[in-house]
Design a protein around this ligand. Sequence first.
Ligand SMILES: [Zn+2]
Length: 264
Amino acid sequence: MGDVTRRTVVASLGIGTVLLFAKFAADARDGGGASPEAAAAPATPVAPAPDVPRAAVPPGTLTGLPPEAGDVIAITLDDGTDSAVVGAFTAFAVERDLRLTYFVNGTYRSWTDNAETLRPHVASSRIQLANHTWSHPDLTTLDDAGIQAELQRNHDFLAEVYGVDARPYFRPPYGAHDARVDAAAAAIGYTVPTRWYGDLGPPAASEGEILAAATEWFTAGRIVIGHLNHDPATRVFGQLADLLDERGLTTVTLNDVFITEQHP
Ligand SMILES: [Zn+2]
């Protein structure tokens, strides 16, 4: 291509770009282009919160849901060492209209891998994100500054990537906490150490063990713990959802049933 030709092409491209931009600007001023549908912002998926009474979060370690909330259960899922499992649980929640709380360790890449698909469901409040520390240490082995650094780094990650305030719920890794850990966490707004009453099984639980645990623990008022680390749970989604239906249980996030300073 000769110099003259190339300059002509470049100049035409330049004019084209300017014209395109002018059209875009005009469309924006008019509040949309020829097609109103095309101009509409992508809709946040609808996931209305269940119509249950909310209660002030009680002081101390949280292990259950307010009795007045009725036949509700909070399924809380931790860690996220497997990106595919995080994606599968999220798709499951959408498909079966469930509400879940994830206790995130931002150090695992699943939370950036899945950010784009997860974000609208966090925005709609179908999925609540809470703080499980950045890198999953036993907090009782850290000094106060170390405890706060672990929680704050994860807090900032969740704020930046998902636009949420994860406070006041934190789940100490291994469930290990004491009065000193709780005080250090509370000083940066993490005032609710969140444990559980019912576990979907040890890390390497089989499908059968997970179903047996769910049969034991899926009861009104419970906070049940599971993990986003291994895939057997993803092969019994249908049975888990059916069990919830049979028992008349509605899944809720913690924010659905508790009133806190950050989530009034
Ligand atoms: Zn954990």
